[in-house]
Design a protein around this ligand. Structure first.
Ligand SMILES: Nc1ncnc2c1ncn2[C@@H]1O[C@H](COP(=O)(O)OP(=O)(O)O)[C@@H](O)[C@H]1O
Ligand SMILES: [Mg+2]
Length: 240
């Protein structure tokens, strides 16, 4: 159960010898979707990878449930309850759906694993119907479902999903939306990264827009839906 927020403060990330994220602040609350938006190259994935502990040249803090994480410790990040779904719906292509989820359940005590896999599959009936299908044989949408399910199996407090809808047909994205609603209803906080805003704003309570590695706007999602111009301006800052 979540007892607190995921708070990112003054996050700075260097990649390839230059700073690409310049002091980003954001908050994800339990039971809500926070959208992280921005054009291609704005620094969204760098922010995700830094939160996940997967980059080393990082400063600033990531605090969850009162614990502050040091950069570059992905195992500890997972242990404090932050799961990450990286860009490109990655799954183990040579393993079945069931085995992908079994591997994801390994951090749990052995007697809890199969129940955790079962309850996660309740969110994705489509996957439950094909436990023996190999990851590599799934459609892109099903792979994204499996990637999200794998992140959830170990019962994180927060899930960070990078580009959930990128490359998927709108009809497929619509099938993911109820799962995200069920995830937040269970109390998990979601940081949803999207380049295209419609789906993210439909789900989010608040939104943070990045432009050139800086926060150009942070506002309630409903405000941005009502003022699309404000959102367009925040995106444009990235075109310099
Ligand atoms: N592996 C890398 N090495 C060096 N620079 C990178 C690397 N990945 C991304 N960048 C640069 O970091 C900046 C932010 O990229 P990224 O975080 O991927 O943005 P987004 O996810 O918003 O598209 C871009 O200028 C990009 O070229
Ligand atoms: Mg990206």
């Amino acid at each position: 159960m979540n007892t607190g927020e995921l708070v990112v403060t003054d996050l700075r990330v260097r990649r390839g010898g230059r700073e690409v994220v310049h002091g980003v602040d954001l908050t994800v609350r339990p039971g809500e979707v926070t959208a992280l938006l921005g054009a291609n190259g704005a620094g969204k994935s760098s922010t995700v990878l830094a939160i996940a502990g997967l980059l080393r040249e990082v400063s600033g803090t990531v605090t969850v449930n009162g614990e502050t994480l040091k950069p570059g410790s992905p195992t500890r990040t997972r242990r404090v309850g932050i799961a990450t779904v990286q860009e490109g719906h990655r799954v183990f292509a040579d393993l079945s759906v069931a085995d992908n989820l079994r591997i994801a359940s390994l951090p749990l005590p052995s007697r809890e694993r199969s129940a955790a896999v079962e309850s996660t599959l309740e969110l994705f009936e489509e996957l439950r119907a094909m436990p023996t299908r190999l990851g590599g044989q799934l459609s892109g949408g099903q792979q994204q479902m499996l990637a999200i399910a794998s992140a959830l199996v170990a019962k994180p407090s927060f899930v960070v999903i990078d580009e959930m809808s990128l490359g998927l047909a709108p009809v497929i994205v619509q099938r993911l939306i109820p799962a995200i609603r069920a995830i937040i209803a269970s109390g998990v906080g979601v940081l949803l990264i999207e380049q295209f805003t419609r789906v993210a704003l439909e789900l989010a309570t608040t939104a943070t827009v990045l432009a050139q590695g800086e926060v150009s706007l942070a506002a309630p999602a409903a405000e941005l839906v009502a003022n699309p111009d404000q959102l367009t301006r925040a995106y444009r800052l990235s075109e310099g």
